[in-house]
Design a protein around this ligand. Sequence first.
Ligand code: AMP
Ligand code: ZN
Length: 113
Amino acid sequence: MECLFCRIIKGDIPSKKVYEDERVFAFEDINPQAPVHILIIPKKHISTTLEIKNEDHELIGCMLQVGNKIAKEKEIAERGFRLVMNCNRESGQTVFHIHLHLLGGRIMHWPPG
Ligand code: AMP
Ligand code: ZN
């Protein structure tokens, strides 16, 4: 069975898309933890950050730039925002297709919970 985020990219499962290009897809998180909470994912299935290969470096850079672009569009860039990628169980990763969380629109706490 195909992974949840691969099915979202295909459109088999509906999502609120905010960005798409040939390599990257972004959509609103279903359970937002901040006024802005968007997930930025590669169209290539990569299960955890541990699986990122040398050939993926440009793709990962693109994901960060898409995060910047959306942050500007949502007018949180100057105020500040957070980009987070969880890896494996103790981080809280629940979907095993890497995703960059873009969080903003409120003051973020540090250390994170
Ligand atoms: P993580 O805990 O880092 O693996 O993040 C997974 C994220 O995916 C969580 O923030 C969930 O709320 C989000 N999520 C799970 N299913 C969906 C879905 N169908 N559409 C949008 N976001 C989802
Ligand atoms: Zn996948």
